[in-house]
Write a protein that binds this ligand. Structure first.
Ligand code: GDP
Ligand code: ZN
Length: 462
């Protein structure tokens, strides 16, 4: 890793668009101070100490007009995010002034940063590894505090740490193989060596599979648990939805900086990010004739990881209720018995023949009775067991999962090879492949294309 930069100087607005009165324009690279000096009026930024904040104005050198009143942070390499010289200009004049500042920097020697390029440089300059870079991305997109915590832990390097430990074990085993072959102490060195390899491979495999087991939850934390609220007309779906969306729990994101432009609706239930499926179907019917119908419900059910099936406790079960009960039989589901504030008409026994009692939750969307219990159940379904697990490390993305699966496969090949009586040096090749694959997770062996793809997913300015 190099601490002096071999790259040009890049610039971007680092704060989210349209938020707050202060925005930050960030510069990174050898020319960062030079470029900033050309448009800054105040102290000579070449002469100020590193890691200081300096008051002044951004001036358009051509017109001499004041563009904005600013605070400029000067942070010199190598103790910076990118390990390059960094200038951060805190602007106050809103988005127009901020854009103007950026334009000036671009006219005076900086290049517009690509999405994620600051973080890419932090990686290329050896400051962070790939799992940490990925967690920066997760942080930007985190949907709940818990998702944020997982990302923070990764940023801290906990996944890398685990992976590095596993790689070290593999390396030790490979070294042991060499020693055994070069300096045989026993007559049956081959037997001793393969026995050791089986033990090591089995142990490493277990640790990889433990990590893979966390992947499902990691995925949900990243992407949200796809949740469908279904039920026939007037059972109280909209009312329930409104309660789930109330109390500042609604998160509507448009995932900035990605190709997905769709607005997705998330609701944070006790730190479980629910990604609501087809709420348009629920809302659109407010003043029209309700036409969700079983057909549309089926689609939502298919797309969902979790189904909340709402029934009306103050009416007998209908054919449509029964159809929905049948359609969700093989799904992870909770049956919401709504309108429990009204006299009971629904046949409890008939329902319990179709549904496990613990999956039924009685609520009243009118009085809010039982909503707490519902939220608790959702949290239990998701977090059950995990709170007590020894490690807070979660594998959170498809790239990491893919590589772990391949590494797991390589270990299968090791074990199968030994079982089939393959020569040790051939078994070594599969063991080494496993070591390589794990290295790709942390970026200890990386390819340019992978990097570009990875970092292009970042928001601009990160
Ligand atoms: P949806 O068609 O399934 O979305 O049902 P809505 O949420 O629009 O509710 C239909 C009607 O039932 C509305 O008039 C609600 O005010 C009413 N309602 C919803 N939940 C309850 C409840 O728990 N108790 C009572 N008494 N009325 C409810
Ligand atoms: Zn409400």
């Amino acid at each position: 890793a190099n601490t002096t930069s071999e790259f040009d100087t890049i610039a971007a607005i680092s704060t989210p668009p349209g938020e707050g009165a202060i925005s930050i324009v960030r510069l990174s690279g050898e020319q960062a101070v030079e470029v900033a000096c050309k448009v800054f009026k105040g102290k000579d930024l070449h002469k100020v100490a590193s890691h200081t904040i300096n008051y002044g104005h951004i001036i358009d050198p051509k017109t001499h007009a004041v563009v904005d009143e600013v605070m400029v942070s000067v942070m010199l390499a190598p103790k910076t995010y990118t390990r390059e010289d960094i200038i951060e200009i805190n602007t106050h004049g809103g988005i127009v002034a901020t854009n103007h500042v950026l334009q000036l920097l671009l006219s005076y020697g900086a290049r517009m940063a690509e999405p994620g390029e600051f973080t890419k440089r932090a990686f290329l300059n050896g400051r962070i590894d790939l799992t940490q870079a990925e967690s920066v991305m997760d942080l930007i997109r985190a949907k709940t505090d818990r998702a944020m915590q997982v990302a923070v832990d990764q940023l801290d390097g906990s996944l890398s740490h685990l992976i590095k430990g596993i790689r070290q074990d593999i390396l030790d085993a490979l070294a042991q193989v060499e020693v055994n072959i070069d300096y045989p102490e026993y007559d049956d060195v081959e037997t001793v060596t393969t026995k050791m390899l089986v033990e090591k491979a089995t142990m490493v495999k277990q640790r990889i599979e433990d990590l893979l087991a966390t992947a499902n939850r990691g995925k949900v934390l990243r992407e949200g648990l796809a949740t469908a609220i279904v039920g026939r007309p007037n059972v109280g779906k909209s009312s329930l939805l409104n309660h789930l969306l109330h109390e500042d729990k609604a998160i509507v994101t448009d995932v900035p900086g990605t190709t997905r432009d769709v607005i997705e609706e998330y609701v944070n239930v006790r730190d479980v990010p629910l990604k609501l499926v087809d709420t348009a179907g629920i809302r659109a019917t407010e003043d029209k004739v309700e036409k969700i119908g079983v057909e549309r419900s089926r689609k939502a059910i298919t797309a969902a990881d979790l189904v909340l099936l709402v029934l009306n406790n103050s009416e007998p079960l209908t054919d449509e209720d029964n159809e929905l009960l049948a359609a969700t039989r093989n799904k992870k589901r909770l049956i919401i018995l709504n309108k429990t504030d009204l006299p009971v008409k629904l046949d409890d026994q008939e329902l319990k023949r179709q549904v496990a009692a613990e999956d039924i939750i009685a609520i009243s969307a009118l009085t809010t009775n039982g909503i707490d219990k519902l939220e608790e159940r959702i949290a239990d379904l998701f977090w059950g067991g995990i709170e007590n697990s020894q490690s807070n490390t979660l594998v959170t993305n498809a790239r990491q999962i893919g590589l772990l699966n391949q590494a797991d496969q390589a270990l299968d090949d090791v074990l199968k090879g030994i079982n089939d009586g393959m020569p040790v040096d051939l078994v070594q090749i599969d063991m080494t492949r496993c070591w390589d694959l794990l290295g790709e997770i942390t970026g200890d062996s990386y390819q340019d294309e992978l990097l570009n793809q990875l970092f292009s997913q970042f928001c601009l300015g990160k």
